[in-house]
Structure formats: C-alpha cells, structure tokens
Design a protein around this ligand. Structure first.
Ligand code: GCU
Length: 695
C-alpha cells in the first residue's frame, strides 16, 4: 500500500479488459536513438512496465539508432522517439506528421502498432505517459492525437530548507514530511524519492522543479552543495525534468564576503556570474533561477534603491549565455510598515502593481514575473491579481499553491482545480478586448515568448507525498491545467480517480461528488464573501482565528468592528485597489451593486445588515454558509464509507482517507462555531434561525 501512495496515479494496476487489450498491444517496443537515462530511454522502460502491469503482457525494449537505416519499424511495434529521429529512418513520413512545438507530442495507434513521437525527447516521454494513461483507464482503441503545451513554463516550486534548526531538512508550509532533497544542511545521499517525484511530474507535463525554499539559504551555493544539486539534476534528467534554484539576494555579502550586494556593483555582478558558471558547469541543463526579493524581510535590489528590474536583469544576464531563465516573484511587500489604525488607505493588496509600476518594458527577455493568483496570499477566494493586466511586454507565470497552506493543510479535502479554473478563465478586458488570465500567461493575448505556471507543491518524505492520498488530485490537476488551461476540472478529476483507485462507477461517483463539493464547502465554513480565509495568520495559517487578521502590519485585514466589516478598496473612498484593474473591471468592483457577492467584503466596507444580491444580509449569510459548509463536510465520511471494499479501495488507503475525513467533519464544526460566535459577539445580531446568539 505504501507503493500505491508512492506511485500515486502511475500504479499501472491491472484493468478488467486486460485480456481484450493484450491482443491489441505490440510485441516489441522500439526506442529511437535512446541513450541510457535519456527521456526516450525512460519512455521505453515505462511502456514496458505499463504493458506488464496494466494488461499483463511482457514486452521487451529494442533500442535502435536511426542512422542504421533499413531497420524500419515494423507494423506491430510500439515506436517511441523524437520526430527528427523518426523522419531520419522514414523520410517519407515527414509530410504526414503534424507541427509540434517544444515538449509537444504526436500519438498514432492503429491495428496493434503504436507510434509515439515528440518534438523533443521530453515530448516523446509525455506521449508515452499519455498513451499509458489511456490504457490504464481501460481504453486500447485506435486513435490519433496531437498535443502541444499551452505554455512553456510548467514548473513546480518546493519550499525545502536545507536545514531545520539543527539537522533535518524541513519544508516550509509542507504537510507531507521532511524534504526529499535535503538533510542536515546537505543534499541527501539517497535521492530515490527525487527520481520518483520527477517521474510523477513528467507524467503530467511538468518540466522543472525549483528545489529549495524561496526564502533561500545562501549556503545552497557552497561548492559541496552545488555538487549535491548536480546529483538531484541527475535524478531528474531521465524524466526530462530540469532543476531550478531559489537564490538569496544577499548571498554575495553573506556567503561571498563582499561588502555589498548592490545589483549594479561590478564586484557583485562578477560574483553572481561566477556562481552561475559554476552551476552550469555541473548542471549544463539547469533551467534557471527563482528569486524572492524585498518581501517579508528578504533582501533585494530596493535595499540599494535599485529597481526590481535591476535586480532581475542582473541574474538574467548571468544566465543568458547558458540559455537559462529567471522567474522573478511579484510577491513583494513590506510586512513591517503597514499601519491599519492610522491609515484607511494602506493596503497590502496594492503592493505588487505599485512596485512593478513603470517596469513593464525594463526586463530582459529571459525574465518572467511569477505572480500569485491573488494580490494577498493564497486565500480561499481572492480577485485575480491585477498585475497580470499590467505586464504586456514582460512574460508572466501564475503561481498556484498545491500545498494547502490556508486551505486545510491536507487535513481537509479541498479540490482546488475549480478555483484555479475560475482564476484562469477570468477576463480582464484589457483595452476592452477578451483577455483571460490563461491567455495572458500563455503569451496569446500579448505576444511574448515566456510564460506559464508555477505551482508550490511541497511534497515530502511521507509515502503519500502530500500527506493525504486525496490531496494528490490537486497535483494531478495542476499539471493538466498547466498543459491545457481549457481542461475540465471534473474531467481531470475522474481521470485521476480511475488511475489512482479504479474505474468502478461507485468509486468515481463518490470521490467526484466529495471533491467537487469540497472547495465551496471549505469556503462556506471558513471565510465568506471575500473576507479571506480567516485562519490564524500569525502562527500556522491553520484553523479559525478571525481576530488574528487585524491589528498587525501583515495587512490581511478585515476591519471588522461592531457595525461593519470589509476592506474598502474603492477608488473614491478606499485604498484604490479596485482602480488597478482595466476600466471595465475597475468600474464593476468600484460599486457594491456590481461587485459579485463572493468578493463583496474584499472590495467594500459595509454594515453587517447590508443586503446581498441573494436578499440575505451579510451576517445572515455568514451564519447560513457556515452551517451549510459544515453540513456538507459531515457527508464526506458517510460517502467514503460506501467505498469500503470496492475495487481499488484497499484497506490501508481506505482507513487513511477515512481518518482525515472524520477529522475534517469535526473540524468544520469548530470552524462553524468559532466564526459564527466571533461575528455574533462583534455584531450582537442574532441568527434568524436561532442557531447563533443568546436566546
Ligand atoms: C506565504 C507563506 C510563507 C512564504 C510566502 C512566500 O506568506 O506563508 O511561508 O514564504 O508566502 O510565498 O514567499
């Protein structure tokens, strides 16, 4: 069962139609120009492993070099390689093959022959995984498919620390155990899990992992640690996954012993060039850097009155000769100086657009800006960050969080794809034209070369990776949406269920039902109407603590008092944040009447008795939503119990999931009563249904 956890959706479990499909599979797998350890080589191994597991047919891998002409692939082969290699041995085929872009693939299955071609080696591996995914879902029929990624940047970020106080590699906001990469301030000797992680990631189209915390430790860059990083890159390489690195801006001073880390100082530039060269010497295919600067106490270019672009470009120029890119984070704000009491117009949400103002045409072409989906911090409901609409010349990547920091920390089932989908489909109406988030980051709305997705995943040593079997649907869906933002959250979920558990209809129905109900339920029993999640914000970002939001400089304020609640972010009377959107959207958010109810308190400060479009008052909505959300969570354990003994639901995973769902049902009641009592105590307005208040 631990193996089931580790393999997640790549279990290659035997299907019911195995007998039927056996006859349809080829007798040989042929890899084209595969050197051992290359992605095409891996594709051959995976196909062989998959055929054996899924239908019980042992098929050997035959490796050929296409220069040895005459060794044409026979009809009953599974052939896998790059388009170039294939055309090399089948020149006539060129005309009938489709156009692919980097990482794209072409699949053609007909009468027992399978052709899997990638634009590059990685694409060929993606094609093999795609084919196996269909087979594992019981489909061995003929088909042809061309698939290209929607965006080139499809990364994950791991917030892994090299050390945790004394000896252990911890993961910031990680709920699945210790780091799979670091231990005791060093890179682990055994990197088996790193390879297994890369395998999972490759199967959903992820092409790079930033392995260390954005709050980066300068010691990551010692020669010994660079050697270690090269070993991680080696573990990733068979899967076409590239390594990226978070940097600490002050390293030239703290690690290098220079007197400054000013990005315009020549000694600093030279120091970074030396580091970059040393890394590329060890890891020639390193993808590049990720930098968090001037945020939450981290150093950055603004320490020297330089712009964020000065900082980003310094790294970009060291990377340029090596073909590397840098993702520079837009999560820039000062958590020390915001003053809620004195300043009605102070607003952390304004920070990103403010700091990047005037910089859009200042970034080098190997820089992309990594923007969290909302302007604050991974809340259960935020408007989409307006910064996306300001970056027209600079590429951008959306930062999503698979690790459920504010969203139940994997102890609650919260399927996030529906939320991501709303964010990706949001239309900014830039210049009055359709301008969805998805089209902006893919480079379709404003022609740009770089862009895409960064997902904070934070897996750990736990055999479930994230700490919960069901939470893995979020990782799966993240990869699928990064590949194709048009994918349907429910469709992707069902795929994941079939691969992870089985295609038993009851299993699919129950897990789909719970998962699709889970984000609305969590929003209902945590923070409503755009007030943010209302977790404790000073400690762990877990559990209800609405009082912790206000009265501190972190800026996740609600401004709740005895009569009214919400952040006034209007232009006419508030912080002005609404005005950061293009005019059509800004006008909508400026007025309570045109602001959607689910964002009302994000944009407006209103009395608890304010009437929503639904006809309810704000306070009554709070009460009702908390009862509804927790009632939904009460149904999860009952639903799950129906799956005991069903196909694919082994005892270990059954119990593991049940334990969490029972906990969630209980904790949702804690949420319900804490939040409802808190706002009753503030407002003294009783629930019309008599559940909350003194009666
Ligand atoms: C959140 C999170 C931090 C993290 C930060 C970031 O605030 O709680 O742990 O460092 O985001 O994304 O940089």
């Amino acid at each position: 069962a631990a193996e089931d956890g580790l393999n997640a959706w790549l279990r290659y479990a035997r299907i019911d139609r195995a007998g039927h499909c056996q006859g349809k599979l080829p007798s040989t797998i042929v890899t084209l120009n595969a050197t051992e350890g290359s992605p095409v080589y891996t594709a051959g191994q995976e196909l062989s492993k998959g055929f054996n597991g899924i239908v019980g047919k042992k098929v050997d891998v035959d490796s050929i070099t296409t220069s040895s002409r005459g060794h044409h692939s026979r009809d009953t082969n599974a052939t896998v390689g790059t388009i170039a290699a294939y055309v090399d041995s089948n020149p006539g085929a060129a005309a009938r093959l489709p156009e692919l872009i980097d990482d794209g693939f072409y699949l053609s299955v007909s009468h027992g022959s399978i052709l899997i071609l990638g634009q590059n080696e990685r694409g060929a591996l993606y094609g093999a995984f795609h084919y196996l995914s269909r087979l594992a879902q019981g489909d061995c029929s003929d088909f042809t498919l061309t698939s290209n990624p929607g965006a080139p940047i499809r990364w994950v970020n791991q917030w892994d620390n090299m050390q945790d106080g004394g000896t252990h590699g911890s993961v910031e906001r990680g709920y699945g155990g210790k780091s799979i990469f670091f231990w005791d301030g060093k890179v682990r000797d055994d990197l088996t899990r790193a390879g297994q992680y890369a395998r999972l990631l490759a199967s959903i189209g992820i092409n790079a992992v930033v392995v260390n915390n954005v709050n980066a430790d300068p010691k990551t860059l010692t020669p010994a640690n660079m050697d270690g990083l090269a070993r991680i890159a080696n573990a990733f390489r068979p899967y076409g996954v590239q390594l990226g690195l978070s940097l600490n801006f002050a390293s030239p001073q703290t690690l290098g012993g220079l007197s400054t880390f000013d990005p315009l100082d020549q000694s600093v530039i030279t120091w970074w060039q030396g580091i970059t060269d040393a890394l590329y010497q060890r890891i020639p295919d390193m993808v590049g850097y990720l930098v968090k600067a001037n945020s939450e106490g981290q150093p950055g270019p603004m320490t020297y009155n330089r712009t964020l672009a000065d900082g980003a470009n310094m790294f970009a120029r060291t990377l340029k000769p090596h073909g590397g890119i840098i993702l520079f984070r837009a999560f820039v704000y000062d958590h020390r100086t915001l003053n809620q009491t004195l300043d009605w117009k102070a607003d952390r949400a304004n920070a990103a657009v403010h700091y990047f103002d005037g910089l859009d045409d200042k970034f080098d072409d190997n820089v992309a800006i990594q923007v969290k989906y909302g302007p604050i911090d991974f809340q259960v409901r935020e408007p989409v960050s307006p910064l996306f609409s300001h970056l027209r010349k600079t590429g951008s990547a959306i930062e999503l969080q698979i690790s459920q920091e504010y969203l139940g920390q994997q102890a609650h089932l919260v399927y996030l794809a529906p939320m991501w989908k709303e964010i990706l489909d949001f239309d900014f109406r830039v210049d009055g034209k359709p301008s969805t988030t998805a089209d902006i980051i893919s480079g379709r709305r404003f022609p740009r070369k770089l862009g895409g997705f960064a997902g904070v995943v934070n897996v750990g040593t736990n055999t479930t990776w994230l700490g919960s079997h069901l939470a893995m649907s979020n990782l799966y869906a993240y990869g699928k949406l990064a590949w194709d933002a048009k994918a349907s959250p429910e469709g992707v979920l069902k795929e994941w269920i079939r691969l992870t558990f089985s295609d038993d209809h009851k299993v699919i129905d129950v897990i789909t039902k719970m998962s699709m109900a889970s984000w609305p339920a969590y929003e209902n029993y945590s923070g409503n109407l755009g007030i943010q999640t209302l977790t404790d914000i000073l400690l762990g970002h877990y559990g209800p603590n609405p009082a912790s939001q206000d009265g501190n400089p972190w800026g996740q304020w609600t401004r709740a008092d005895a009569d009214s609640i919400g952040m006034d972010r209007t232009v006419w009377n508030g912080t002005g944040f609404a005005g950061q959107y293009p005019p059509e959207i800004a006008a909508k958010y400026e007025k309570p009447e045109t602001t959607p109810d689910n964002l009302l308190l994000w944009f407006h400060h209103v009395p608890y008795t304010h009437k929503l479009k639904s006809g309810k008052t704000v306070i009554q909505h709070f009460y009702d939503a908390h009862y509804e959300g927790s009632a939904t969570a009460q149904t999860f354990p009952q639903l799950w119990r129906k799956l005991e003994g069903r196909p694919g639901i082994d005892k270990e995973r059954f119990e593991h999931v049940l334990y969490r769902l029972v906990y969630q049902a209980g904790h949702s009641l804690v949420w319900r009563d804490s939040i409802n009592m808190f706002y009753f105590n503030k407002s003294s307005i009783a629930d019309v249904h008599g559940r909350v208040g003194n009666h």
